[in-house]
Design a protein around this ligand. Structure first.
Ligand code: 13P
Length: 262
């Protein structure tokens, strides 16, 4: 039971996207493991490309960094060339998986339906889904942010009910801020995070109070603390800056500091 006044944890989640090599990963993960070892108030996670899950497991076991994948297949086994089943991620110790990232939606034709199916498959395998939502620049300009983000959120709640969010992380990633060096301001992000939490609270206040909502889109060491200090922002989902050890350590430090202050 989530006690009134109980704090939500903060997260720094790195999304490596399609980057890395055995050699660069080793250097990065070793520096990260040493750099975040004293941060106990926030959770540090890296979501790596599939081929590097084994390396992440070997290098991070026993550290305070968790690792995960960037996608999952909703089917358990079978004739699905190129797909990776939930139990395969479990075999490599994955605790998290990204679901419905905007790059998957826009470049790999993933939909609310397929994202919802993947979300459930992850949960059923005991992996925490990190479900991504966000509007494009045109949609924001047309004042559709709440409509788009609300629709993406409802694609889970309508299918599975609000309790499915008990063991999940949400991420607000406005498409215009991803990879753009144009982050949302803390106030802009907070407004959407508060909208997401209120919409969940219409169904269940306790679930709404408990679910972590991360912000993603051009997070850096310089802007992380400002974003993570907002009341409904529970840390970040970080792309480019998660590939630089010093930068990602500083972002994790910011998550830790914001959590300790809460
Ligand atoms: P950047 O941090 O590179 O903008 O990417 C954000 C993102 O897409 C994380 O999932």
């Amino acid at each position: 039971m989530f006690e009134a006044g109980q704090k939500r944890r903060k997260f720094a989640v790195g999304n490596w996207k399609m980057n890395g090599s055995i050699a660069t990963n080793k250097a990065l993960l070793e520096k990260l493991a040493a750099g975040v070892k004293d941060f106990h108030d926030a959770d540090c996670v890296v979501c790596v490309p599939y081929p590097y899950l084994c390396q992440a497991q070997q290098l991070l076991q026993g550290s305070n960094i968790a690792w995960g994948a960037q996608n999952i297949c909703s089917t358990k086994n079978g004739a699905l060339t190129g797909a990776v089943a939930p139990h395969m991620l479990v075999d490599y110790g994955c605790r998290h998986v990204l679901i419905g990232h905007s790059e998957r939606r826009s470049q790999f034709h993933e939909t609310d339906d397929t994202a919802a199916a993947r979300f459930l498959a992850a949960q059923e395998a005991g992996i925490t889904p990190i479900f991504c939502m966000g509007e494009s620049a045109d949609e924001r300009d047309s004042d559709w942010t709440e409509y788009i983000v609300g629709r993406q959120l409802d694609s889970l709640i309508r299918r599975f009910g609000p309790y499915v969010l008990k063991n999940a992380i949400l991420a607000y990633e406005p498409l215009w801020a991803v990879g753009s060096d144009q982050p949302a301001t803390p106030e802009q992000a907070q407004e959407v995070h508060a909208f997401i939490r209120k919409r969940i609270a219409r169904c269940d206040a306790e679930v709404a109070a408990r679910v972590p909502i991360l912000y993603g889109g051009s997070v850096t060491a310089a802007n992380a603390l400002g974003l993570f200090s907002m009341p409904d922002i529970d840390g970040g989902l970080i792309g480019r800056a998660s590939l630089k050890a010093e930068e990602f350590i500083a972002i994790t430090r910011a998550a830790n500091q914001a959590a300790a202050r809460n």
